[in-house]
Design a protein around this ligand. Structure first.
Ligand SMILES: Cc1ncc(COP(=O)(O)O)c(C=O)c1O
Length: 418
């Protein structure tokens, strides 16, 4: 640095100019909503810490043992001894991380084995592992549907699907949730020779309802559209082999892409797409959220591969999880709670709250009484609903489900909701 040239003091604040716009001002409404809620003395429902995790269904929260009914650990694989051992071994053999992209130094033997496990699980030709399910949707959707193409999707689609649409340049045409006729009406209006991608989910995670895939896939095919189904909340559980709603509805051979995640039934983190499309492998070179990010650590792909192979033989667990879902749904309805679906359709049972204030109060009563559920509120929820989302695990025992119902009854009476 040459002498005589004065350097500004690094710690001196830069003067603001009149008319400068604070880019955070767009968040003022949500800041006010949050501060208003916390000012009433309400515990922050979005800041819970799991101080110790004891099992797939129990943790220490706020110093007390709590039943977990708000995780996506549907098949309870997170403490499976074979899965844990596979992770430990990979950590010892391959180190903590790959430090690179799948297309450079980031493909280890474990990534190939994980993709092989997925191909075997789905009996499909191609499988591509992403670093998260979010990136799988972002990558596949934005890469295959470009300028001049059309995406026809359910209005209640997950944020990662919407973000995939926003990142590509296709025309986006939403239709009313699970409405077959509305979907057909949209498809009818699209030029016949345009590229079309219909995007559906097996289970919609807010209300836990299932898509009428049999009918919807038939309509999509009638109009020459390709079909992508996100099976994040059904993999491992729904269908005889746990392949999801596509398997249960008998349309697995008619869909072009299945997207999934390792962060739910598989019990770790990561995402994937499986397909029988003959040109699918080109995705590895053209899909930016696959190319321009580091690959999953070896321990993660090892746990995922082991878990996926065990899920192939999970029919007893699947049957028990259905029992849990039926018992919880019936129990909550008998207690007088309003639920998201008439019948249990998945491992998610959504309890509809009258408003955010009462929903937050009920959430707090439940956690104080030893039960954790997810509080979901707009804009994540359909029709501005406030929901207490209960997601069951195959490791919840019958006694635990009975205990959960007792806690709901006690808490509901304490805050006057039932
Ligand atoms: C339907 C759906 N798709 C994709 C994802 C993203 O999965 P991940 O947690 O692996 O990013 C989620 C996660 O909640 C989801 O619910």
């Amino acid at each position: 640095m040459s002498e005589g040239i004065s350097q500004p003091d690094q710690r001196e604040p830069i003067e603001a100019h009149a008319g400068d716009k604070d880019l955070f001002s767009k968040f003022d409404d949500i800041i006010a909503l949050r501060e208003g809620l916390l000012a009433t003395g309400q515990t922050d429902p979005f800041n819970l810490v799991m101080e110790k995790v004891l099992s797939p269904t129990r943790a220490i929260c706020n110093g007390r043992e709590t039943i977990l009914l708000g995780t996506y650990n549907y098949m309870g694989m997170t403490f499976d001894p074979d899965v844990v051992e596979a992770g430990k071994q990979a950590l010892a053999d391959f180190g903590t991380g790959t430090t690179g992209s799948r297309v450079l130094n980031g493909t280890y033997q474990g990534h190939k084995e994980c993709e092989e496990a997925l191909r075997d699980f789905y009996e499909m030709d191609h499988a591509m592992v992403f670093s998260t399910g979010y990136q799988a949707n972002l990558g596949i959707i934005s890469t295959i549907a470009g300028k001049g193409d059309y995406i026809i999707l359910d209005i209640d689609s997950h944020a990662s699907i919407w973000d995939g649409c926003a990142m590509g340049n296709a025309e986006v045409v939403p239709f009313k949730h699970n409405d077959i006729e509305a979907m057909e009406k949209r498809l009818k209006r699209i030029p016949e020779d345009a590229g079309k991608l219909v995007i559906l989910e097996g289970v919609y995670s807010m209300l836990g309802d299932v898509a009428p895939l049999k009918e919807m896939v038939a309509v999509a095919k009638k109009y020459g559209a390709m079909v992508l189904v996100d099976e994040a909340h059904s993999m491992g559980f729904i269908g005889d082999n746990g392949r999801g709603v596509v398997e249960d509805a008998g349309v697995i051979d008619d869909v072009d892409f299945i997207i999934g995640t390792f962060s739910k039934s598989v019990g770790t983190v990561g995402g994937f797409c499986v397909s029988n499309h003959p040109k699918f492998e080109i995705m590895r070179l053209v899909c930016r959220p696959y190319v321009f990010t580091a690959s999953l650590p070896p321990s993660v792909v090892a746990t995922a591969a082991t878990s996926i192979r065990k899920l192939m033989h999970g029919s007893n667990k699947r049957a028990h999880l259905w029992e849990n879902s039926k018992n919880l749904h019936k129990g909550l309805r008998d207690l007088g709670f309003k639920l998201g679906t008439e019948e249990p359709q998945s491992a998610i049972i959504a309890v509809i709250m009258p408003d955010l204030q009462q929903g937050a109060a009920m959430w707090e009563a439940l956690i104080k009484n030893g039960l954790y559920v997810n509080l979901a509120r707009p804009p994540a929820t359909p029709a501005n609903m406030t929901l207490l989302r209960c997601s069951l695990c195959a490791e919840h025992s019958e006694e635990e489900v009975a205990q959960i119902l007792d806690i709901f009854e006690k808490s509901g009476k304490e805050i006057g909701i039932i």
